[in-house]
Design a protein around this ligand. Structure first.
Ligand code: ZN
Length: 291
């Protein structure tokens, strides 16, 4: 291990006052991760207190019918939980900052749509969105709610049989862990009969190029990059931190625990996102909206 021990505070560690002083007057691009949604009841499986968990890969999903059946069964329960989840103070603070011209755009690694629910408009859902399903053969996109009706018809009583969502483990990708799924019937594309997949970027998949380019442009359009609630474990988010640092922009990372992006940061703040973003919304001055 050449890196410093994870318990050591990074050299860039600062206070909330430092963050306010650095960001005041800057138009922000924001990158958010699972940490901003934990206060809405969606667990962060990469957070410092999380149990180890092996994420499903795209190859498992497409290559193993039993695995896919198990996945859809769990998703069919977990999806309902995300559907009922409400934005928290952190989401609301970012939406308020956008309305006041401070946040120019927001890139999220979350698929829960809580930024949109809170009122943010300039959002790139980098890893997809839980409320859509895509056909891997013909590309048809259908609302998850429509698929839910089909799955309910194919699996009468299934959701009721697994109990309330309080009884099952809910993961950030709308996955809920259920043991008995061997009888679950999966739905195929009703246009072409192809394989359906949640419109979510899994491990082993790449983010569509066009979406990545839009995200880079969003970072370029800002004066500084604020990362909130991401440990930046995967390259798909880390690259924007690197890019901002390489182009000379201040980078602030607010997260509980160390992140892979700390070495690129101007300032890091080891703190929860809901109180921190709320404080930023109260402290950062308005900016004129871009033309
Ligand atoms: Zn199809």
């Amino acid at each position: 291990m050449s890196d410093a021990a994870p318990t050591a505070a990074p050299l860039t560690a600062g206070t909330l006052a430092d963050v306010v002083a650095l960001l005041a007057g800057h138009r922000l691009a924001v990158l958010t991760g699972a940490g901003v949604s934990t206060d809405s009841g969606i667990p962060d499986y990469r957070g410092p207190d999380s149990p180890p968990r092996t994420p499903m890969t795209f190859q498992q999903f497409v290559g193993d019918a039993a695995f896919r059946r198990h996945y859809w069964a769990r998703n069919h329960v977990g999806w309902r939980h995300v559907h009922r989840t409400l934005p928290n103070a952190g989401h609301r603070a970012l939406a308020a900052l956008e309305h006041r011209g401070v946040v120019g755009g927001l890139i999220t690694q979350n698929v829960d749509l809580l930024h949109e629910a809170a009122g943010s408009h300039h959002v790139i859902d980098l890893h997809g969105r839980y409320d859509r399903v895509v056909c891997l053969s013909c590309g048809t996109v259908v609302p998850r709610a429509d698929l839910a009706d089909r799955l309910d018809a194919l699996n009468p009583g299934f959701v009721e049989s697994v109990g309330t969502v309080g009884d099952v483990e809910i993961a950030p990708d709308a996955d809920a862990v259920i043991e008995r799924t061997s009888h679950f019937v999966v739905a195929d594309c009703d246009v072409c009969g192809g394989m359906l997949k949640p419109d979510i970027v899994y491990f082993g998949e790449t983010v569509p190029r066009e979406r990545v380019e839009r995200a880079y442009a969003m970072v370029d359009a800002g004066d500084a990059l604020l990362v909130a609630g991401s440990s930046l474990t995967v390259q798909s988010g880390l690259r924007f931190v690197r890019h901002a640092a390489q182009t000379g922009k201040p980078v602030v990372i607010v997260n509980r625990g160390a992140t892979r992006g700390d070495r690129h940061a101007t300032l890091t703040l080891d703190a929860g996102t809901s109180p921190t973003l709320t404080a930023l919304a109260e402290s950062l001055p308005d900016l004129p909206h871009p033309a």
